[in-house]
Write a protein that binds this ligand. Sequence first.
Ligand SMILES: Nc1ncnc2c1ncn2[C@@H]1O[C@H](COP(=O)(O)OP(=O)(O)OP(=O)(O)O)[C@@H](O)[C@H]1O
Ligand SMILES: [Mg+2]
Length: 293
Amino acid sequence: MSIKVIVSATNKGGDGKTKLSILMAEYLSSVKGLKGLGIDLDPQCNFSSRFLEMEIDSFSKHGKTSPIHPDYDPNHPDDKDWDGRSSIAGIFFGESVFPYPTHIPTFEIAPASASKLVDAEAVTKQEVAEKVHKQLKLFVNLDEVKETYDYIVIDTPPAKGPLTISAFKAATHLLIPTQMEQYSVHGIYGMLQLWKQEMYCRSQDDPIHLVGVLPNMIRNINLHKDFYDGLKQTPGIGEYILPYSLKQRAVYAEVDVESASPRTIFDYPGTHEARKESEAVCNEIYRRIFNHE
Ligand SMILES: Nc1ncnc2c1ncn2[C@@H]1O[C@H](COP(=O)(O)OP(=O)(O)OP(=O)(O)O)[C@@H](O)[C@H]1O
Ligand SMILES: [Mg+2]
């Protein structure tokens, strides 16, 4: 089975990219037992914070950085040139990446580093393709990565900038979460455009599949129903709207709290509404991605 590289992306902020990345990681690794790697490309570090205790980054005003790696040994000669922290941003600076273990035994995370990701994007237009766009694909194609993991989930920042483009270039599968509201729906068009551009660059044996658009934070109001019905009928988009959605529920925000118990939606009883709908969404995505071969 070839490795699946799943990217969660929207250029509008707050539509559920990180929520969906977390749910897919928990579902694929905790429920399905697959070996996964999370990659956090967002300087906000939200995806990383779900799995690691991130620390304040002294090089960045508001940013965070990864903690000291559990394998780091300052007394070991191999580690003498390493400060003990690793981040996916290392790929943009020629550094090795050491994923961190998480509370899920079959899921590891390559966390963000706020200042380094911001620096990575600050290259010139002439350099961006070589130094940023290409780098994530090179990383996911490393033999040790392909041999270690069944899938990778990449969380992206709310932008169509170089980091998001590098995620598209690395991706085999694309997920677009969206709210059923005006600016979010505009954002879908931006993502579809990026997807089509990327498809155009790919060869036939290396496609990027659009798995679907996930309606998120749905409430029982006319606004949401009207946008949903409108999108379903829009040629070029309607066929990508997933048949399951996530409602607006306090429990989705509550499980993000570090001390939350239960820790994930999938630890709630099987009869819990949020667990049932999350399982329906994740199972549909799982089915579409893993039966695609
Ligand atoms: N279905 C939902 N019901 C209630 N809260 C939700 C739902 N989905 C996401 N949230 C909450 O909404 C907030 C935004 O979601 P999330 O962080 O996943 O969006 P995002 O697209 O990653 O945002 P950003 O663009 O800032 O990275 C979070 O606090 C999250 O817990
Ligand atoms: Mg996010």
